[in-house]
Ligand binder design. Sequence first.
Ligand SMILES: [Zn+2]
Length: 113
Amino acid sequence: MIPTFDEMSYDEGFGAELQCPNCKGNYLHHDRVEIFERQEDAKTGIHVTVENGSSVQDTSMAGNPSTRRHGLNIFFWCEFCDAVPVLTIAQHKGNTLVDMDFTIDKNKKRDLP
Ligand SMILES: [Zn+2]
């Protein structure tokens, strides 16, 4: 789904506040970032995950939001509901695709790729 924003902070010069795709709350916390880099259509590349004060690197493209090229995943949890959203940025040919999806988990845990 298309990410939505609350524009309150935008007027104050801090940028727009990203909203939870489930409850539209503006208290989202990002706690994991994944970066995927590869040559076009390559089966492997560079995959870096930053979480809990450390980073891990491997060559897996599992979880890459781009089917052919680079991608980013930013994982969130919502302070107001049980949503565990992920904001994705995918390179697709000449386009950059932005998407946001979520799962519901009362424990705020998600499946690792
Ligand atoms: Zn929410």
